[in-house]
Design a protein around this ligand. Structure first.
Ligand code: PMT
Length: 399
């Protein structure tokens, strides 16, 4: 798969550095030419000889080493790379790159490259959740750098939480997805994300737990593959992805209008939004007073089914829906797939740990109109987005 690709594997100093050896083995096995760059602290955790033996190439460590520079300098490494993959990426390394600091061979290579850069962060869960780190990662994501999220687990520091380096195979898959890129150039992808809010009065609304993470990951992945991306987003607290046209809406009716207006431009429509099926018949002009009543009835009316309407006006477009289910996943997903005239539906059982609303991972099954079902294991929403776009690309007419 990676035959002929030049991958610079950056290793920074964390306990997970040993897993980079397994990642390197996978890269080499798949035919990639791999060059390893280690930071000084990475060498405290694992010896360069391990990487040299596995890659068959000298390991690069020093910015100003004359012999190394002569053989293959940092600019040459940066130029030759098809991908710079940093695993593990420490908070320090991510912070440096986010702030333009290039004070060693790895940070210099990352700054100098025009290739895609994929970070696989691993750190203590409190560091991972630290707003300073979050801002650094968000800044880099907005600038088009790629991240594979760490997983939840027991950390070397004794804490339990997010921060563990994903399985090397997962990182390898993410690298593969990235290197299969730009296949969507010239295509317009319309993505919906997040919840809708249906107002009861000026201070209350009906909604759901969608954070928008799944839809935003799809928008970023489509952008990274060269597509023009329109993102219609319900109210979420995520950063707008750079290079994506984002339209903000609140209610299902607003989402309906925005999507129908933009749909005519789209080659692919992916509806990850969790749209409220009903809205209150009446919206109070003022905050509703509880008065003496012990109970209260709110009358609801149906919202437009945006996806079903898109299915009626499908034309040449590839139409992909999501199904968030709590029971009979496949049965309900199949009903939506055929009932809404879709090419594919992404079914997630939102009661499953690690799947559905708000978290950073999802567990999905991809059902296609030809009756096939692909079952995917738990993976980050970024990775789900990448695989989903692979499958959608295969459905697009060739040429
Ligand atoms: O946002 P996150 O926190 O990351 O969570 C991700 C997610 C759980 C929201 C996502 O993975 C997901 O499942 N999205 C679809 C949620 C949903 O509304 O499912 P549904 O089964 O109710 O709807 C089926 C499809 O019809 C969806 O594509 C939905 O966008 C669409 N729909 C539904 C109702 C409606 N009135 N109009 C619609 O277009």
């Amino acid at each position: 798969m990676l035959q002929g690709k030049c991958i610079v594997l950056g290793v920074s100093g964390g306990i997970a550095a040993y897993k980079a050896a397994e990642l390197l083995r996978l890269l080499v096995k798949s035919g990639a030419e791999a060059h390893v760059v280690m930071t000084r602290s990475a060498r405290e955790f694992i010896a360069p000889l391990t990487f040299q033996t596995l890659s068959g190439n000298p390991v690069h460590t020093e910015l100003f080493d004359l012999i190394q520079e002569q053989e293959i300098g940092h600019i040459s490494l940066a130029d030759r790379a098809d991908l710079v993959l940093v695993a593990p990426a420490t908070a320090n390394l991510v912070g440096k790159v986010a702030n333009g600091i290039a004070d060693d061979l790895l940070t210099t290579t990352i700054m100098a490259t025009r290739a895609k850069v994929l970070f696989a962060p691993a750190m203590n869960s409190n560091m991972w959740n630290n707003p300073v780190y979050r801002q650094n990662q968000a800044k880099l994501e907005d600038l088009g750098y790629h991240f594979i999220e760490p997983v939840y687990g027991d950390l070397a520091c004794g804490w339990q939480g997010p921060g563990k380096l994903p399985d090397p195979q997962e990182i390898f898959n993410a690298a593969q997805v990235l290197l299969g890129s730009s296949e969507l150039s010239g295509k317009t992808v319309l993505v919906t994300a997040g919840p809708t809010r249906e107002e009861l009065d000026p201070v209350r609304f009906l909604s759901n737990y969608s954070s928008g993470k799944m839809g935003y990951a799809i928008a970023r992945a489509a952008r990274n593959r060269g597509a023009r991306v329109i993102l219609v987003s319900g109210p979420v607290s995520l950063t707008e992805p750079a290079g994506v046209e984002t339209v903000h809406v609140v209610s299902a009716q607003e989402m309906y209008r925005a999507v129908m207006e933009k749909a005519v431009q789209a080659d692919v429509i992916i509806k990850a939004a969790a749209v409220a099926d009903f809205r209150p018949v009446r919206r109070g002009e003022q905050k509703t007073k509880k008065g003496p009543a012990e109970a209260m009835t709110v009358e609801l009316q149906r919202n437009p089914d945006i996806l079903a309407e898109l299915g009626r006006q499908k034309g040449h477009r590839i139409l992909v829906g999501f199904a968030a289910e709590t029971e009979e996943l496949l049965k309900h997903a199949r009903e939506k797939l055929t009932g809404k005239n879709l090419d594919m539906i992404v079914a997630n059982d939102v009661t499953q740990e690690g799947a559905g609303f708000d978290g950073d991972t999802n567990i999905v099954r991809l059902l296609t109109a030809d009756g096939k079902i692909e079952e995917l294991p738990q993976m980050s929403k970024d990775l789900v987005a990448g695989l989903l776009l692979d499958r959608i690309t295969a459905l697009l007419p060739k040429g």
